[in-house]
Design a protein. Structure first.
Length: 128
């Protein structure tokens, strides 16, 4: 199995596990820690983490089936970085009063969009 296939699958599994923990935290945490008006941001970040954790697992399978390629690598890197920026900043925003990087959240979202386009290019270029 190609090394990037293993990396994408393992990272996806870890992201899904952490998303599960963060969802449980969001449901059971005190309103003093996570104010009710921040629940939407928190759970939107958790949802995105679930989606893209699953996406990385799918990407890992695609790499195994179709073979490694630079579009797949770029897609996986963009998924990981985009999720860290997008969801990570939403988590920070929900837990703190730190709002100065709020304008950076869309950059993570753009990276997530581009990640799927890179994967599509990888599929179209695949020989299999």
């Amino acid at each position: 199995m190609p090394v990037e296939s293993k990396i994408f699958i393992v990272v996806g599994c870890v992201l899904l596990s952490v998303a599960n923990m963060l969802a449980a935290f969001g449901f059971h945490v005190s309103p003093d820690i996570l104010p009710p008006d921040e629940f939407q941001n928190w759970f939107w970040a958790v949802d995105m983490q679930y989606y893209f954790g699953g996406g990385l697992i799918i990407l890992g399978v695609l790499v195994k089936v179709l073979g490694p390629s630079w579009p797949f690598r770029i897609g996986g890197i963009l998924m990981i970085l985009g999720l860290c920026i997008f969801a990570g900043l939403l988590y920070i925003q929900a837990l703190t009063d730190f709002q100065s990087w709020t304008n950076t959240v869309p950059t993570g979202g753009q990276m997530l969009i581009l990640s799927w386009l890179a994967v599509a290019v990888g599929v179209l270029r695949a020989k299999g």
